[in-house]
Design a protein around this ligand. Structure first.
Ligand SMILES: Nc1ncnc2c1ncn2[C@@H]1O[C@H](COP(=O)(O)OP(=O)(O)OP(=O)(O)O)[C@@H](O)[C@H]1O
Length: 245
């Protein structure tokens, strides 16, 4: 793994090396991954059976949990070399998350939920300034691109449909052009047609901003337009998951 943390330019979006992770109180490792790289801008579909460790891997790549051995670099930054506070700031600046349950603030409007990502990140604001756009304008552009109409963007998140909330969560992840988007089963609440439409929008916006995408889903039908399909079982050498140990 590279240790050049200067800017992330020219670095892999994600580089995992010699990684071992065991949950507290577990008797066996959950993950043992020797080598995993996502190139800058690469869009990867991660598959694997329930309980195989997909969400755990996303948490490690996002720096939410720390491995017992090996490490994760995001844009050239080894996450283990950051203090907990610095890791939080790094995550806010460089990684956009889209969760299954969206994690929107229900009382804030869709627009304010999207803008929150910029409020917490000077780097996201600076990238928008450098591109000559305001955060407000970019929130509006992303909302329109994601088919959120002018009325929806002003309404509290709690009053939006599940599909609309999902698109707000995607816009919040994307605003300010983080180099990595992590999406954990973000389509599971949608019907098949809307799932594919949402994935196409997410892929398109990642391509437009140059973001790498690490996308988890059980539904292989969604994998067609990704650059690569990664089967966690193929790269995880942990002897057994807890349930089967
Ligand atoms: N917070 C936790 N504490 C302890 N063990 C956990 C925790 N979260 C997950 N695990 C365990 O880690 C293993 C992998 O779980 P994980 O959620 O990463 O799988 P997954 O592939 O994302 O599953 P699914 O597709 O069902 O969401 C499971 O055995 C699970 O019980």
């Amino acid at each position: 793994m590279t240790s050049d943390a200067a800017s992330g330019a020219g670095c892999a979006a994600v580089a995992v090396g010699g990684l071992r992770y065991r949950w507290p109180k577990a008797r066996v490792d959950c993950l043992a991954i020797d080598d995993l790289t996502l190139a800058a801008g690469e869009r990867v579909f991660l598959r694997g059976p329930s309980g195989s460790g997909k969400t755990t891997l996303l948490s490690l790549v996002g720096g939410v949990i720390q491995p017992q051995a090996g490490g994760v670099c995001v844009a050239g930054q080894p996450l283990s070399r950051l203090s907990a506070g610095a890791r939080d700031r790094f995550r806010a600046d460089n990684i956009g998350f889209v969760f299954q349950l969206f994690n929107l603030l229900p009382y804030l409007s869709a627009r304010d939920n999207i803008l929150l990502a910029c409020r917490f990140s000077a780097a996201r604001r600076a990238r928008l300034r450098a591109a000559g756009v305001t955060a407000q304008a970019e929130a509006g552009r992303l909302a329109a691109r994601l088919d959120l109409d002018a009325g929806a963007i002003e309404r509290p998140a709690a009053e939006l449909s599940v599909g609309q909330q999902q698109r707000v969560a995607a816009a919040r992840a994307l605003i300010g052009r983080p180099g990595l988007i992590i999406a954990d089963e973000p389509t599971s609440a949608l019907d098949a047609d809307r799932q594919q439409a949402f994935v196409d929008l997410l892929l398109g916006e990642c391509a437009a901003s140059g973001a790498a995408l690490l996308f988890v889903s059980h539904d292989l039908r969604l994998a067609a337009h990704f650059d690569r399909v990664l089967d966690l079982a193929q790269i995880n050498h942990a002897t057994a998951v807890e349930a089967g140990a």
